[in-house]
Design a protein around this ligand. Structure first.
Ligand SMILES: O=P(O)(O)OC[C@H]1O[C@H](O)[C@H](O)[C@@H](O)[C@@H]1O
Length: 304
């Protein structure tokens, strides 16, 4: 019998692009271009047996990002539960290949807490769709309120991008453009400021852990370009809506640096040189989702 967390491998026949998804967390751990270039970082010490959230790839964060509600685990419960493949959802056509997985709240056995504990009045279903093509991938998460009680939520796609040639701390080779004018909440220094026109780079000596929120009268969707080492340039666009109404998209940039890398058992001690997390999410000014309604959040990652 196949192990419960046997990976699903997809190939887009026409282009040769490939990806790998684990049912535990509906976790995309690899996307490779037709020429074999990997875009996602997966820790060499990642635990893949369904006993812990996978370190790397794209963990899904919902109904909270971080731990604003301390009674609920950090980043919520999606990354700690087994998802089911939606029957008949797998496809492989001219344009791309893909699959959808779903998780209903009643089947989310792990990592619940706070208002979302097992006795909650809330009800929900999440459906996650991954599509791959010649130049990149698209991931979409749809949240559905199956109950009558409205709920508040945050959602975020916690991308770990692979930085080629160990150059994550080299600002010339690894940087993010597109946060000009965004309000920064720097969780490490505890400061708040408006980001200028410089690209975001990982500081040499310290963890970077920052939330970038769009200006109130500015961009709703997020559009970034990411240099992830020599000749590995990506564009990332993300947009979201709640019951048909667009919601502003924030972005988080994180790298654990040496100290935090050493503290994480499932992260290689030196691998902070090999990754940058650039994570789009609906984090603030998200209206509650009413019974019977849907919210959705999509990102498109393209290899430039
Ligand atoms: O260790 P995890 O729970 O997976 O979280 C990893 C990281 O996720 C985000 O990027 C947060 O901003 C960080 O504060 C956190 O350390």
């Amino acid at each position: 019998m196949a192990a419960a967390n046997s990976p699903i491998h997809l190939k887009h026949t026409k282009s040769g692009a490939r990806c790998t998804i684990y049912p535990y967390g509906a976790h995309l751990t690899s996307y490779q271009t037709p020429s074999g270039k990997e875009l996602l970082f997966l820790s060499r010490d990642a635990i893949l047996d369904g006993s812990k959230a996978i370190r790397g790839g794209i963990p899904l964060c919902f109904p909270q990002f971080g731990q604003p509600d301390k009674r609920m685990p950090q980043h919520g419960f999606l990354r700690n539960n087994y998802w089911s493949v939606v029957e008949g959802s797998m496809f492989d056509d001219e344009e791309g290949a893909g699959i959808s997985l779903e998780l209903e709240l009643k089947d989310a056995l792990n990592a619940r807490g706070g208002k979302w504990d097992v006795d909650t009045k809330f009800n929900a279903k999440c459906t996650y769709t991954v599509k791959i093509g010649e130049n990149g991938f698209t991931t979409t998460i749809v949240m559905e309120n199956l109950g009558e009680t409205s709920w508040e939520f945050q959602v975020l796609l916690h991308n770990y991008f692979l930085v080629h040639n160990h150059m994550a701390l080299n600002g010339e080779m690894c940087h993010v453009h597109g946060f000009e004018g965004y309000a920064v909440d720097d969780k490490i220094s505890g400061t708040n400021y408006i980001h200028g026109s410089d690209p975001v780079t990982i500081p040499e000596n310290i963890i970077i852990d920052r939330v970038y929120s769009p200006p109130k009268d500015g961009a709703i969707d997020l559009h970034l370009t990411i240099a992830a080492g020599p000749s590995n340039n990506l564009s990332l666009s993300a947009s979201g809506e709640v019951d048909g109404v667009k919601v502003p998209v924030s972005g988080v940039v994180w790298n654990p640096h040496k100290e935090n890398a050493l503290a994480m058992a499932d992260f290689g001690d030196d691998q902070y040189h090999d990754m940058i997390c650039v994570e789009p999410g609906m984090l603030s000014d998200v209206p509650p989702l009413d019974g019977g309604k849907k919210a959705s959040f999509t990102q498109v990652v393209i290899c430039l």
